[in-house]
Design a protein around this ligand. Structure first.
Ligand code: DGL
Length: 270
């Protein structure tokens, strides 16, 4: 198989990364991909950095066994802890794209002399990865971050666009930390699903930045630069693996991917 015909590998702790996969499918309809959700170890948000590096290394090896031409870490927590680990496994010929750097660059390029907020899992926020990356790229910005650990499980259980989600979102965003921000980064794969609610909390006065579209653009640019982009109009193929199958995961996929998909179990930990 020619290099450009090989699939893109995309992985996340679970099914939240399907928001990124969906944006990639929309922007690059000729690209095939293989998605892996590590539902056996979900959530990554409160696991140790060592565990996340261990899981990410094994998943990257699985995607390489499937002959992927690039690997997208569609999980903020794994991007924060395991980017280098995954790059080491993939070697110089397989580009690795994380979800933090493209968003950090977008923010640093679009804003000046103001405060920007970030929300994400405990694991992502504790690393201060967004703060360090953005303030280094643009020292005129002040980045304020807060962990919002209830949001991912809440969304996964289908609680969004209702009074419960609105109460939880209001309570997190009302914190003084975020007063006066000009933009808020949704630093977690699940949060695109509450983007509208967050926008209405801020009465649409500030930009809510979600990673899916920005990351899809980055994938396009990197594949183009590495001459790995699919140049022909082909029928793309998609496979979706998870490490521990339950029907409830399969049901929830539609929420994140916007269409019904079939999940296969890959017991890569046995
Ligand atoms: N995928 C994770 C992230 O983007 C959220 C869910 C989890 O904690 O595993 O950080």
């Amino acid at each position: 198989m020619k290099n450009i015909d090989r699939p893109i590998g995309i992985f996340d702790s679970g099914i939240g990364g399907l928001t990124v996969a969906s944006a990639i499918k929309k922007l690059l309809p000729n690209e095939s991909f293989i998605y892996f959700g590590d539902t056996a170890h979900l959530p990554y948000g409160d696991k140790s950095p060592e565990s996340i590096r261990h899981y990410s290394a094994r998943i990257a090896a699985f995607l390489l066994e499937k002959k992927c031409k690039a690997v997208v870490i569609a999980c903020n927590t794994a991007s924060a802890h395991a980017f280098k680990t995954v790059q080491d496994i993939c070697g110089p010929k397989i580009p690795v794209i994380n979800v933090v750097d493209p968003v950090a660059r977008y923010t640093a390029d679009h804003y000046n002399n103001c405060k920007v907020g970030v929300i994400g899992t405990k694991g992502t926020i504790q690393t201060r990865i967004y703060v360090n990356r953005i303030e280094k790229l643009n020292p005129s910005l002040k980045v304020l971050s807060n962990a919002t650990p209830l949001l991912a499980p809440m969304i996964e259980e289908g609680f969004f666009n209702n009074s419960i989600s609105q109460t939880v979102i209001d309570s997190y965003l009302s914190k003084r930390t975020f007063s006066g921000i000009q933009a808020l980064i949704l630093g977690c794969t699940h949060y695109p699903l509450i983007k509208k609610e967050v926008e209405s909390f801020y009465k649409k006065k500030i930009e809510i930045i979600d990673s899916a579209g920005v990351v899809a653009n980055e994938v396009k640019n990197i594949l183009t630069d590495s001459k790995l982009i699919q140049t022909q109009e082909l029928e793309a193929k998609y496979s979706f693996f998870i490490s521990d199958f339950t029907e409830s995961f399969e049901k929830s996929t539609k929420t994140f991917f916007k269409e019904k998909i079939k999940l296969e179990e890959a017991r890569i930990w046995d």
